[in-house]
Design a protein around this ligand. Structure first.
Ligand SMILES: *Cc1c(COP(=O)(O)O)cnc(C)c1O
Length: 358
């Protein structure tokens, strides 16, 4: 068996402990005589899988009882529409901070339901920083941010002060990577395929007083109150993905929780960023203060060298290092499940490649 260090932005690596456990339980989940994939979502066994997943996530993120945890489908992209459908009803207006491609996609969907105020944007400098000076508008339903910008490699380190206005955040690419204070948010959403499990599953954490404020014609599946009331079992949920996410949560708890993970992530990011800072060949386009811990874009001076880097790295078992199609260059995504050894190997390879090509 050969395993590589996969630097993909998503879907991405899962902890080997999780994959091994899933493999052991594949044909016979805890004496049930069946796989979790074959199991009724109304069975006792599955009830405990989904309840345990929720309990673990609540522990990991310190989620108070005043918030609901939902396991939904459709990826973060469905949340781009679900958020305005459920929240934009009163003023039909919301503030968005535009920090990259995913913010823009979120805004495109919100515009279908109301007015979108772009109160700040870093598009003037190719989204290489997080804007700091902005004023929250009056008479709006919510403020939306993209907590970590997967493509551009930036992250919010200080949150906007929105007062009584609910703050909504897309944390798809950094959930569980560092501690966040859930009580600062009205709603947090994240696709699972970066730090939690298989693609398709989407986790939503919503403050309970925000349930039931949807537009009247919102379909049941897209209503947070319906999903919360049904405890994510209004219809057949993505059972197997929830099971895997539950194992990922268990793995994180064993490791010492989000605080311990954050420390490791800081260390991993530091290894790569210092390799890039020392480099005379590679550059990082991102404002130092706003750097992501999860997604690290960098580049050699020419496309030819970028391509050469990708193919030589591949041979070393360091895969999927191309930048997003929209920005080019290189990108290393080093999510929770990327072992520190993978990051060290990449930093070594960066130094070796530089010596050979400068
Ligand atoms: C990956 C990603 C998305 C899209 O997720 P899907 O599950 O493919 O819809 C949205 N926002 C951010 C920040 C992402 O990283």
């Amino acid at each position: 068996m050969k395993r590589v260090y996969n630097f993909s932005a998503g879907p991405s690596m899962l902890p080997e402990w999780v994959l091994n456990r899933a493999s052991e339980e594949m044909l016979d989940y805890k004496g049930s005589g069946m796989s979790v994939m074959e199991m009724s979502h109304r069975s006792k066994a599955f009830a405990s899988i989904i309840e345990n997943a929720e309990t673990s996530l609540r522990k990991l993120m310190n989620i108070p009882e005043s918030y609901s945890v939902l396991f939904l489908q459709g990826g973060a992209s469905t949340q781009f529409a679900m958020v305005p459908m459920n929240f934009m009803c009163k003023y039909k207006s919301a503030d968005y901070i535009n920090t990259g491609s995913w913010s823009k996609k979120a805004m495109t969907e919100a515009k279908l339901f109301g007015n979108v105020n772009v109160i700040a944007s870093s598009e003037d400098k190719k989204f290489s920083y997080i804007p700091e000076n902005y004023t929250i508008s009056k008479d709006i339903d919510y403020v939306h941010i993209t907590g970590n910008n997967t493509i551009e490699g930036t992250r919010f380190t200080t949150l906007p002060d929105t007062g009584d206005v609910p703050l909504v955040a897309d944390y798809s690419s950094s959930i569980l990577s560092e501690e966040i204070d859930v009580t600062k948010f009205g709603l947090i959403y994240a696709g699972a395929q970066k730090n939690m499990g298989p693609a398709g599953l989407t986790v939503v954490i919503i403050r309970n007083d925000l349930l039931g404020k949807h537009f009247e014609n919102t379909p049941s599946m897209l209503r947070y109150d319906v999903q919360a009331k049904g405890k994510s079992l209004y219809n057949t949920p993505p059972c197997y993905s929830i099971y895997i996410a539950g194992l990922v949560f268990e793995w994180l708890l064993q490791l010492g929780g989000v605080k311990a993970m954050e420390k490791i992530n800081m260390e991993k990011a530091e290894i790569l960023y210092s390799a890039l800072e020392e480099s005379k060949l590679f550059t990082s386009p991102v404002n130092k203060k706003d750097r992501s811990l999860m997604n690290i874009p960098f580049m050699a001076p020419t496309d030819e060298l970028n391509k050469k880097f990708i193919s030589e790295a591949e041979v070393m078992g360091l895969t999927t290092l191309g930048g997003h199609a929209s920005v080019g260059g290189l990108r290393a995504s080093i999510y929770n499940a990327m072992p520190i050894d993978g990051v060290k190997k990449l930093a070594e390879f960066i130094r070796k490649f530089e010596k050979e090509n400068i």
